[in-house]
Write a protein that binds this ligand. Structure first.
Ligand SMILES: [Zn+2]
Length: 140
């Protein structure tokens, strides 16, 4: 893992889930995402980073290719999380989750150029739904 990734994991106190709400495991480790892309001068710095698991990261760039508007939306939430300096709030994970669910409804039957399903099983299953993070039985 890159040094900057480790620095950010410490700073944001990232533990079981990444900034897009995906479960961290040995098979699904942390990666560094450039919020502002490298090709437009985005640096590999703490200010320009988001901590995503490998699966979340791959999925985010699928969105970038297939639905730019949704990609920009999620990338903006990641920017907010970067600026606030602490792990995503419930509403931020909910916002990301609802964008991903919409993408999944719209692209359920779409196949990639290689003929495989565009949306892999682990993109859906790797996400921890917010109830499991914040608790189901909150009183209103
Ligand atoms: Zn990236």
């Amino acid at each position: 893992m890159r040094a900057i990734t480790n620095l950010m994991i410490d700073e944001w106190n990232v533990k079981k889930i990444c900034w897009m709400g995906y479960k961290v495991s040995k098979e699904n480790p942390y990666t560094y995402h450039h919020i502002k892309k490298r090709c437009v001068g985005g640096e590999e710095s703490i200010e320009n980073g988001a901590i995503l698991t490998k699966i979340a990261h791959e999925y985010l760039h699928i969105l970038e290719t297939h639905d730019t508007e949704k990609y920009i939306y999620i990338n903006n939430v990641l920017k907010q999380i970067n600026e606030q300096g602490f792990m995503p709030l419930e509403r931020q994970l909910l916002a990301i989750n609802s964008i991903l669910e919409e993408f999944e409804r719209e692209n359920r039957y779409v196949k990639s150029k290689k003929g495989k399903m565009l949306i892999k099983k682990e993109y859906i299953e790797g996400r921890i739904c917010h109830e499991r993070i914040f608790g189901k039985d909150r009183r209103h």
